[in-house]
Design a protein around this ligand. Sequence first.
Ligand code: RB5
Length: 143
Amino acid sequence: MKIAIGSDHGGYGLKQQIVAFLDKQGYTFKDYGHYDASSCDYNDVAKVVANDVSEGKVDRGILICGTGIGMSIQANKVKGIRAALVHDCFTAEMTRLHNDSNVLAMGGRVIGIDLALHIVKIWLETPFSDADRHQRRIDKIEK
Ligand code: RB5
């Protein structure tokens, strides 16, 4: 599985922690920035990560901004993207099982590092359920 990860300044600190975690766990990933805590627009990073997921260059995207909201709204504008804003373990699991989400958005100013890393692990490891009813609903989103 190839992963694209990106943040704005509001998510920079947490993004760095997740990058270290992915590296330690042996995941294949590319860091799309932001590369420091200077102010930038979340839109630009969300678009490049979402485009690469949409075009199949990577399998999943992880986007971090202050709240995760701007990143998720922007990513969901890209065709084929199902970005889920997640701040707890239950919805991390459910959005993979039911929505087959391909982008995870979180807020670096919202949750702590340990919870965020746990969410990342659950979200990366949980497969889509493949149930017909869930696939039907995803197909309706795509249409
Ligand atoms: C930046 O201050 C902040 O607005 C941004 O990181 C994000 O929270 C937007 O949704």
